[in-house]
Write a protein that binds this ligand. Structure first.
Ligand SMILES: [Zn+2]
Length: 319
């Protein structure tokens, strides 16, 4: 599923040297920071759309090489284009959250979460660490690095204080919240997520560039309203953790099918059985049910609502 990139955010929201490519759900948004010296891209989308990401950057930069790549976190929909960007512009330097730098350099797929979730991500290299409390020069701006645990334990926020632009990754969306991955692995993610929302409120950005969906601004109370919705959702999950497990299982399965689009039923079943995160979610949601019965329970609404379809002996993404 490739959705056409939105040409740009409404011009009043972002300074003219920042361009956001709003992508579909499988690829995160990308923020391109234009510059004579150090044009930079923040977050690079999914490997499935890597060629499209390179084309978007090339069309904006022309003959100028991309100089810097940075990531809010290393989920496969936020860093899957990095390998292709590095191949297109071999001189680019690449930043990742500090705690992930060794894992990227060793390309440790389990430590990088691709093993647990059964996802794929084209390998890339990284040279530099994003350290909370420090700044990083991306484009012609110095961006503050803030720790943003919750959705991902190692994620960071990037904040440009002169224009009030916050690149939130999946720490904040306008509607709803992403899966709280640390909770799947048995650590607390709910309280850190709420603390990250409090941090965003304290930063008080003028505009939020979320990992998915269009940028939204302080005007009209959109950011406050989004914070309120996210807090409500976190509170609900805190009180009903099994509901988070149900939500996460559906998201992981749908995500896989958005990537591969079609799988023979046997391969689909094998993928379900091999993803360790789904085993953990089974135990968090309904440990009383055998695996097969639990899967049937999870899959039924995905088929009923058309998120997945059966086509002969295959399972197909419903779009
Ligand atoms: Zn993510």
């Amino acid at each position: 599923m490739i959705s056409a990139p939105h040409p740009a955010a409404p011009p009043s929201l972002l300074p003219p040297d920042m361009r956001v490519f709003v992508r579909g759900w499988l690829s995160s948004n990308n923020l391109l920071c234009l510059s004579e010296q150090t044009p930079a891209l923040i977050d690079t989308g999914h490997s499935k759309h890597a060629a499209e990401t390179v084309a978007l950057v090339r069309s904006a930069l022309g003959d100028q090489p991309l100089a810097r790549i940075a990531h809010t976190h290393l989920h496969s929909d936020h860093c899957g284009g990095s390998g292709a960007l590095q191949a297109a512009w071999p001189g680019a330097r690449t930043w990742v959250p500090e705690a992930s730098l060794d894992h990227v350099q060793a390309w440790d797929e389990d430590a990088l979460s691709f093993g647990g979730t059964g996802q794929r991500c084209d390998p890339f290299t990284a040279n530099e660490a994003l350290v909370p409390g420090q700044t990083v020069r991306l484009g012609d701006h110095d961006w503050e690095v803030h720790a943003a645990p919750g959705h991902d334990a190692l994620a960071v926020l990037l904040y440009e204080p002169r224009h009030g632009v916050l690149v939130a990754g999946d720490a904040m969306w306008e509607n709803g919240v992403g899966v709280i991955f640390p909770h799947i692995d048995g650590s607390d993610g709910f309280d850190p997520f709420a603390d990250t929302l409090t941090l965003i409120e304290r930063i008080d950005p003028a505009v939020v560039v979320p990992g998915h969906g269009a940028p939204f601004g302080r005007a009209g109370g959109a950011i406050q309203a989004a914070l309120g919705r996210a807090r409500q959702r976190i509170d609900y999950f805190n009180q009903h953790p099994a509901q988070h497990a149900l939500y996460a299982a559906k998201v992981l399965i749908k995500y896989q099918m958005m990537d591969v689009e079609r799988m023979p039923r046997a391969a689909f079943d094998a993928w379900l059985a091999s993803a360790p995160s789904l085993r953990l979610l089974h135990r968090q949601h309904r440990p009383d049910l055998p695996w097969d019965e639990w899967l049937a329970l999870i899959l039924a609404p995905l088929f009923d609502k058309g998120a997945l379809r059966r086509d002969g002996d295959a399972v197909v993404d419903g779009g």
